[in-house]
Design a protein around this ligand. Structure first.
Ligand code: ADP
Ligand code: MG
Length: 503
């Protein structure tokens, strides 16, 4: 288990206001389910396909077409629920959410309002320095995505691309347990990390595969505690919902400006109107999209085309048994098994592929040294070359060899960087490189001693200076390293130089 203090961060007090205010935030995250086919049709979910090429009759809302549930999507939702330590509902049901929009040919979205497939869960959000917040998940339900209207291709016409219509989304709804803009961003990133570990959503925010509706309200100190004690929303301020955010940077900025807007209204004696707002990154402001009065009446009702969804506990158990090790557990294991710092363990477990790569490097090696080499040398180099870990020109096994060569004193850390560079650029084996290029460290004290003697004999003036000022012994160490082509063992050189100079 990770060694953390829960709920320790103090609620944020907003600067610049007359009074103290605290932020309350709840997120509805829409995560596209990673599956080959859509939620109720066999059409492909491939991103970037020719417009309207991945559309089945049912996605296009053709009369008489019936939806057929994709078992793979259900399994992914269950997997996600289990990964978020949530309650799995063996009985759930689909409802129609009715509204008219050109990118929704059915005239309704199929969703799960009354009986979601996943109930209460939790996400541990680390805030650094061993502090963490437990954000409660209220529910996760499955629903269809809509298509895309295109207004900027023709001055007189709008187009519609239905490739996305009917793709499965998981809507992950949090409780209003998030208390700051930084926490909201950290929560989204943590959720994304877990989904990627589980393989249930690729987490690509740029493509819109993970996006969030951000609910923000402000309250006076003490009010949140009253809400916590009673779970009565009446203690909280009126919220506004900022729609469709797909960048954590914008989420933070939007929360900041929205909180300030609400505080200004309240301090002016005004009231917050519950409404849906949009964030404009260019102007850094949120503006009203629709107020509660204009809100759609979705006329929800159970979808008569779909039977309630019943799943079996044994099936859930099978999925549970196949879950991978999750980020918190992996991080805790890296700290205990490899002796890593909290920071290094976080960096290495941020991405599941990186974590697997590191483990291969660390196999039978010094864990800390392996972590240094993966984080500083490899990640640094890959970043410089704009390459992903899957494209690394040097394998984990080879970095492991370099780490082993350093640990066994065969090469110095400095020479190791040269070995790494050759292995990386020339696709060569580190052990072979050290041998062929004669890079092995000289640990033979006889040879080092000879080099030290020679330099001392040739520089009597420097010897006198060093005897008066021992700091100058470093000059001799440098000369010996130079004479041995950097291959002398630095510890042995230091020791011999001190001895010979009588320091
Ligand atoms: P709706 O269905 O109208 O969107 P929900 O009750 O499902 O309403 O809440 C949606 C989201 O708003 C949830 O994530 C919830 O945590 C959050 N939320 C509810 N009340 C508040 C509040 N006062 N301040 C901030 N967030 C809130
Ligand atoms: Mg909502």
């Amino acid at each position: 288990m990770l060694d953390l203090t829960y709920d320790a961060p103090k609620p944020k007090v907003i600067a610049g206001a007359k009074h103290d205010w605290e932020l309350v935030i709840g997120l509805e995250v829409h995560a596209q389910v990673a599956t080959a086919a859509k939620l109720f049709s066999g059409a492909s979910t491939l991103f970037g396909a020719e417009p309207n090429s991945n559309v089945a009759f049912v996605d296009a809302g053709m009369p008489g077409m019936l939806p057929v549930i994709n078992e793979g999507c259900v399994a992914q939702a269950v997997r996600t629920g289990l990964g978020l330590k949530a309650q799995i509902n063996l009985m759930s049901a689909f409802d129609r959410k009715n509204y008219f929009y050109p990118d929704l040919p059915q005239g309704y979205q199929i969703s799960q309002l009354y009986h979601p497939i996943v109930g209460e869960g939790e996400v541990l959000v680390e805030m650094g320095n061993g502090l963490a917040r437990l954000v409660r998940i209220e529910r996760i339900h499955l629903e269809q995505d809509a298509g895309k209207s295109i207004h900027d291709m023709d001055p007189n016409m709008s187009f519609v691309d239905l490739n996305r219509t009917g793709v499965a989304l998981m809507e992950i709804v949090s409780r209003p347990d998030i208390r700051g803009a930084d926490e909201a961003a950290a929560y989204v990133l943590k959720l994304r990390q877990i989904l990627r570990y589980l393989g249930t959503c690729d987490g690509n925010m740029q493509n819109g595969n993970l996006r969030a509706d951000v609910n923000v309200s402000v309250c006076r100190p003490g009010d949140y505690e009253k809400y916590q004690a009673t779970q009565d929303f009446g203690h909280l301020g009126t919220r506004c919902e900022i729609k469709n955010m797909n960048s954590t940077r914008f989420i933070q900025a939007a929360i900041d400006v929205e909180a300030r807007r609400q505080i200004a209204i309240l301090e002016d004696g005004g009231k917050i109107v519950q409404e849906t707002r949009l964030y404009d990154p260019d102007k850094n402001e949120t503006r009203s999209m629709r107020s509660k009065e204009e809100a759609h009446d979705y006329r929800y009702f159970p979808d008569p085309d779909l039977l309630p969804l019943e799943i079996e506990q044994a099936w859930v158990d099978d999925i549970s048994a196949s879950l991978p090790e999750l980020p918190d557990d992996k991080k805790a294991r890296f700290i205990t098994d490899f002796g890593l710092s909290d920071y290094d363990a976080s960096v290495l477990t941020a991405d599941v592929t990186n974590a697997a790569f590191f483990e291969q490097v660390a196999q039978g090696n010094d864990g800390k040294l392996a972590a240094n080499w993966v984080i500083n040398e490899l990640f640094g180099r890959l970043k410089k070359d704009d390459k992903g870990i899957d494209e690394s020109p040097i394998s984990a096994v080879r970095i492991g060899q370099i780490v082993a060569l350093i640990k066994s004193d065969k090469i110095s850390g400095k020479i190791a960087k040269d070995v790494f560079d050759i292995a990386y650029t020339q696709d060569r084996d580190p052990v072979e490189i050290v041998k062929t290029e004669g890079m092995e460290q000289v640990t033979d004290t006889g040879a080092i001693e000879a080099a030290v003697d020679e330099i001392i004999a040739a520089n009597p003036a420097q010897v006198e200076k060093a005897k008066a000022n021992p700091k100058l012994a470093g000059w001799f160490v440098g000369q010996v390293m130079k004479a041995t082509g950097g291959k002398a063992n630095p510890a042995a050189v230091n020791k011999l130089v001190s001895e010979k100079l009588g320091l």
